[in-house]
Design a protein around this ligand. Structure first.
Ligand code: PMP
Length: 391
């Protein structure tokens, strides 16, 4: 008997490792297993060389220089290092930490943790698409130390006006951190053009391995100063101690190289497929696209079907892997903090479903998942009307 068909539409949660990435990693699990900090033998040199190459690839992808790249365990750690590292280096009198209400939980909870330690925090206002309102920046305290705003939202794909924010930060001498996790490999990124002093990214969202990421820390003037969260042997210029995850780093480097080489091809294909999926889903009555009036990154489509909860719909959506809200928030029945901050009523926010496409998505999968979604909606609606029709 054929196994039931499965379609993966959750690339914003994680991506498969590209076979070319896996190939680049393999030697560092096997014969090249050395510790990149071992200075006195070839095993160490080979491992170190892999990290040098990878650092160069990450830097090239975002327009930085290699020494500005610090390897971490992923974007959660990068975001924590950026926010808590800067705040703790400067202390509670160093100035306010500013962010937006639609950030990923790794930023929001790091900001909340700083508030608990008596740092002054401030959230910028947003519009109904979830974009930061630039007027809000005029109103933040003059003493602001750092602003953290993401590039592309993980639930809606909506792009933030980061270039403008970066310019305003420069004018006022405020540090600017960008969580670019969902934008890397989807749109061209140049840290100088964006005015970024710090920028986070993650391997497993760009066909690299899980458990590895990077933080760009500007080292050209004005240099960013921050305190390490992890103390130890002083690896990564003292910003992040611990033996380097060499296979993971080699994989991240290969993933960044492919992201750079394939960016236009990936973007063209995924945009076309996302638009087609959106067109098909929008033709179903009562379906709404969240963030649909804003400029969005190509791979994310967030929809809701009137009167049908996301959780309920997922039980009927057979074989199509999507998520309700963000993966990290899945399993919680709380409506998405991103959608509610955008002013979506909690009732409607509970209906949200995120489709996210990737390099391996086929046109046929797009058609099949739209069809499957329509079937699930029709089935759920008739179940609801049967319930009300029953005496
Ligand atoms: N920021 C954003 C915008 C994300 O989408 C994610 C992953 N869900 C993260 C940060 C955390 O990344 P990681 O899984 O690498 O810790």
């Amino acid at each position: 008997m054929d196994s039931p068909r499965r379609i993966y539409m959750d690339y914003a949660a994680t991506t498969p490792v590209d076979p070319r990435v896996l190939e680049a990693m393999m030697p560092y699990f096997k014969e090249r297993f050395g510790n990149a900090s071992s200075r006195h033998h070839a095993w160490g040199w080979e491992a170190e060389e892999a990290t040098v190459m990878a650092r160069e690839e990450v830097a090239q992808l975002i327009g930085a220089v290699a020494r500005e790249i610090i390897f971490t365990s992923g974007a959660t750690e990068s975001n924590n290092l950026a926010l808590r590292g800067v705040a703790e280096f400067h202390g509670i009198d160093g100035g306010a930490i500013v962010s937006s209400p639609v950030e990923h939980s790794s930023v929001l909870n790091a900001v909340r943790a700083l508030a608990e330690r008596d740092h002054t925090i401030h959230f910028l206002p947003i519009d109904s698409e979830g974009r930061v309102l630039l007027q809000g920046i005029d109103e933040i305290p003059n003493s602001t130390l750092l602003i953290s705003v993401m590039l592309a939202n993980h639930e809606t794909g909506v792009l933030q006006p980061v270039e403008e924010i970066g310019r305003m930060c420069k004018e006022r001498g405020i540090l600017f951190h960008i969580d670019a996790t969902q934008a890397v490999g989807k749109i061209p990124i140049a840290v100088d053009r964006l005015g970024a002093d710090l920028l986070s990214l993650s391997g497993h969202k760009i066909y690299g391995p899980k458990g590895v990421g990077a933080l760009y820390i500007r080292s050209r003037k004005p240099r960013v100063r921050l305190r390490a969260l992890i103390e130890g042997g002083g690896q990564e210029r003292g910003f992040r101690s611990g033996t380097l995850n060499v296979p993971g780093i080699a994989g991240l480097g290969a993933a960044c190289r492919l992201a750079r080489e394939q960016l236009e091809m990936d973007r063209e294909q995924i945009t076309r497929q996302r638009d087609e999926l959106q067109r098909r889903l929008m033709s179903i009555s009562g379906v709404h696209v969240h963030g649909g009036n804003a400029e969005r990154v190509c791979h994310i489509l967030n929809i809701s079907a009137k009167d049908l909860t996301g959780e309920g719909l997922l039980t009927r959506l057979k074989g199509v892997a999507v998520s309700t809200g963000s993966a990290c928030a899945s399993g919680s029945l709380e409506p998405s903090h991103v959608l509610t901050a955008m002013g979506v009523a909690p009732q409607r926010a509970r209906n949200a479903i995120r489709f996210s496409l990737g390099r391996m998505t086929t046109d046929e999968e797009v058609v099949a998942s739209a069809y499957e979604m329509e079937r699930a909606i029709v089935e759920a609606r008739s179940a609801v009307s049967r319930k009300f029709a029953d005496p």
